[in-house]
Write a protein that binds this ligand. Structure first.
Ligand SMILES: Nc1ncnc2c1ncn2[C@@H]1O[C@H](COP(=O)(O)OP(=O)(O)O)[C@@H](O)[C@H]1O
Ligand SMILES: [Mg+2]
Length: 243
């Protein structure tokens, strides 16, 4: 579903942020991306739905090349759900309107259809009774569940998550992870930047470890947690698992 092939990216002529990144995510597969801060995880995931350009290599989603100038990027992006650390809901729109906006504007869905879909998804993430509230009236965990529901309203062929729980208070992390675990078990194709190794153990097929712009490790989950091949991944893992 997602093919990343020999991607190099520079933010400036002297700063290469991604070096020869190659990996793929098959349909229905869940791939967790981890690694130290600044290693290029967000940049890589943004390249996948063309929020960031890259200079070398290729990325395709469902066979459509992201870096082909002829590709209709708004259309492609509408098919790939993206969930960020900071929710990015529209603060001036009610929760249900947050869910309807892109369905109507981008997919051209009729308002009543968008509403029905939006309410069903709010129900699914346990927030139906909050439909008429504004984002600021919800907790961080609730807002992030809205953000996931909003992405799902577009019938995405894949979902990208960039540290979706790292801005949340500890007691809210599991309510968001529970939604993500359900999604994974239903067969959604997911690429998830996270350091929640409990989530990775539960649902990931593979774990990718990045360091300094490179994919240092790309392993089946059990191999990764059993014993990472590289010293860098071993050190990283022992640090995040030791507390
Ligand atoms: N828009 C940008 N312009 C220049 N440098 C950037 C930009 N975004 C990120 N960087 C730098 O690129 C590197 C990788 O960043 P990022 O992809 O955010 O890493 P991670 O998500 O793994 O923490 C960091 O050194 C960061 O400071
Ligand atoms: Mg990041």
């Amino acid at each position: 579903m997602i093919e990343i092939s020999h991607v190099d990216k520079w933010y400036s002529p002297t700063f290469q942020v991604l070096t020869d990144c190659t990996t793929s995510v098959a349909k229905g597969e869940v791939v967790v991306v981890c690694g130290p801060s600044g290693s290029g995880k967000s940049t890589l995931i943004k390249c996948v739905n063309a929020l960031e350009p890259f200079q070398k290599g290729d990325i395709s989603i469902d066979g459509i090349k992201v870096n082909d100038p002829k590709t209709d990027l708004p259309k492609l992006r509408s098919r790939v759900g993206m969930v960020f650390q900071h929710f990015e809901l529209f603060p001036h729109l009610k929760i249900i309107d947050n869910l309807c906006l892109a369905q109507e504007k981008v997919l051209g869905r009729a308002h009543d259809k968008a509403m029905t879909k939006g309410m069903a998804l709010l129900d699914r993430v346990g927030l139906k009774e909050h439909a008429k509230k504004f984002p600021a009236q919800l907790s961080g965990g609730q807002q992030q569940r809205v953000a996931i529901a909003r992405a799902l309203a577009m019938d995405p062929i894949a979902m990208l998550f960039d540290e979706p729980t790292s801005a949340l208070d500890p007691e809210m992390i599991s309510e968001v992870l529970d939604v993500m675990v359900d999604l994974a078990r239903e067969g959604m194709t997911m690429m998830v930047v996270t350091h929640e190794m409990g989530f990775a153990r539960k649902v990931a097929n593979r774990v990718i470890f990045m360091d300094r712009g490179e994919i240092v490790e790309d392993a089946l989950k059990d191999d990764f947690f059993g014993k990472p091949r590289s010293d860098r991944a071993q050190k990283f893992l022992s640090k995040i698992l030791s507390h």
